[in-house]
Write a protein that binds this ligand. Structure first.
Ligand SMILES: Cc1cc2nc3c(=O)[nH]c(=O)nc-3n(C[C@H](O)[C@H](O)[C@H](O)COP(=O)(O)O)c2cc1C
Length: 201
């Protein structure tokens, strides 16, 4: 075994370790709109669910160029965001949407992605994403000294492509989503082997 103590690491080195071992990570493909009406899209793999009732999800957003990323600023200003879940076929667009652009540039327009009007909030949904969750911002919690901020939103509307959900049983066909998994560095993975175990009583 190799032991590394965090005191010896700077933020970038710790990031390398964490993103290499916390795998695979789901990706929130977050669409927002600024108060000036500019839409924005970026992927965030520090993403999880934090509550079932009400359903709440969270993403951890770091800083860039000494300030908040467009997504973080838009969420704080408009109090809303959409978590889209991209399908494997959207990997190129998802990866490209992480490129840095000035706040007045819309990654959605730049990539020519079709959007759908949201039902409860102003931020648009990514039409081709098989799952879209409209969220109202609830809370932001800063962590550490490196500018990490955890943004929590309440899901106010779930949208599923027809083949993804059985609305009678609420069973989700996760395979139909063909989700993109993030590994360390520039690596991604698709869902691999799936095992079915007995249900817990
Ligand atoms: C797959 C993927 C996952 C990412 N996950 C995160 C993340 O969890 N937190 C973060 O701050 N940045 C993450 N990034 C980097 C942001 O997407 C990137 O900084 C982006 O330019 C932010 O865009 P914005 O300024 O429009 O919000 C990720 C990038 C990729 C490609």
């Amino acid at each position: 075994m190799q032991t590394i103590l965090p005191e010896s690491l700077d933020a970038k080195q710790a990031y390398k370790l964490l993103t290499g071992v916390i795998v695979p990570r789901p990706i929130a493909w977050v669409s927002t709109i600024s108060t000036d009406g500019v839409t924005n899209l970026a992927p965030f793999s520090y993403f999880t669910s934090v509550s079932n009732k009400p359903p709440m999800v969270g993403i951890n957003i770091g800083q860039e160029y000494g300030g908040r990323k467009d997504t973080a600023r838009n969420i704080l200003e408009t109090q809303e965001f959409v978590v889209n879940v991209a399908a494997w076929q959207q990997l190129e667009d998802l990866h490209a949407s992480a490129d840095h652009h000035p706040p007045d540039t819309s990654e959605i327009e730049l990539l020519g992605l079709a959007t759908q009007v949201s039902t409860h909030i102003k931020a648009p949904r990514i039409a081709q994403a098989p799952v879209q969750m409209e969220c109202r911002f609830c809370q932001m919690i800063p962590f550490g000294t490196g500018g990490s901020e955890f943004y929590v939103g309440e899901v106010v509307a779930f949208h599923f492509r027809d083949d993804v959900i059985d609305t009678e049983t609420l069973r989700i066909n996760s395979l139909a989503i063909e989700p993109i998994c993030r590994l360390g560095g520039p690596f991604y993975a698709a869902l691999g082997e799936v095992a079915k175990m007995r249900s817990r009583s």
